[in-house]
Design a protein around this ligand. Structure first.
Ligand SMILES: [Zn+2]
Length: 251
């Protein structure tokens, strides 16, 4: 049976004589393992599609739960990600995380779109690796259903939008004002949110997918956002990522 998918190669390993086993994050089928037989001597038209980070419309042959690549039409190979170790490490990390949260047989289009937008902006040199990582992580947490409630204090109900600041309880995904964060239950899991970071959180959670990187943030606020985004997402993933350890040795 033939099966058409749109997907990106998030991992590749050798397979057989001169083939590759591709781990493909798809739009609608979760993560699929796809055999590309003879990938190292495959037709030139398909060669770019069987590389790491390549996004393509693929025609697969499906037999039971096994998939073999028949043909591919390249959408973007994001080749420039290999130009430096920073962007390569960032792309590897985003691919590993996006693949780990994909649900088999379910619609992963928001997750895939976030990954593609991130790789596009980094490969074209439009944004820094640090900025890309922070925005990717926080937006992914929102896509997974963990958008925090930041408009008012979860303790006393006072509006936080006027001051645009408070403390994020990263475990419960709510904000508290300065007075309420002193409660003993909240101790140890509060991250201070400055006005710039508040604006960034609001923007990243609400922007259209193609516009998520279209905001400015200064270096100090980006440092705060980077810490917050990583902590907030990884508390919910509960898994170790080798690609994150590697990325952290670089940035
Ligand atoms: Zn309060």
């Amino acid at each position: 049976m033939h099966h058409k998918v749109k997907g990106i190669v998030i991992k590749e390993s050798p397979y057989g004589e001169n083939g590759k086993l591709l781990t493909v994050l798809t739009e609608l089928d979760g993560v699929l393992l796809v055999k590309a037989k003879g990938a190292r001597s495959i037709l030139a038209s398909n060669l770019k599609s069987v590389q790491l980070f390549a996004c393509s419309n693929m025609l697969l042959y499906q037999k039971n739960t096994s998939y073999t690549l028949v043909d591919a039409e390249l959408i973007d190979d994001f080749y420039a990600l290999r130009d430096n170790i920073d962007s390569f490490a960032l792309a590897s990390y985003c691919c590993e995380v996006a693949g780990s949260v994909a649900v088999r047989g379910a619609d992963n289009s928001s997750n895939l779109q976030l990954l593609l937008n991130t790789l596009y902006a980094v490969s074209r040199g439009m944004i820094s690796v640090k900025f890309a990582k922070a925005v990717f992580e926080f937006r992914l947490a929102c896509i997974l259903g963990f958008t925090p409630e930041i408009s008012e204090c979860a303790g006393c109900g006072s509006p936080l939008e006027t001051k645009k600041a408070g403390f994020l309880d990263i475990e419960d995904g709510v904000m508290l004002c300065a007075a309420c964060k002193e409660s003993p239950e909240a101790a140890g899991r509060m991250i201070p949110v400055s006005p710039s970071v508040y604006d960034a959180l609001r923007y990243i959670s609400g922007a259209k997918s193609g516009r998520i990187f279209s905001f400015l943030i200064d270096e100090n606020a980006l440092d705060e956002l980077a810490k917050l985004s990583e902590a907030y997402l990884h508390l919910r993933l509960d898994k170790k990522y080798k690609t994150l350890d590697f990325l952290k040795t670089i940035i």
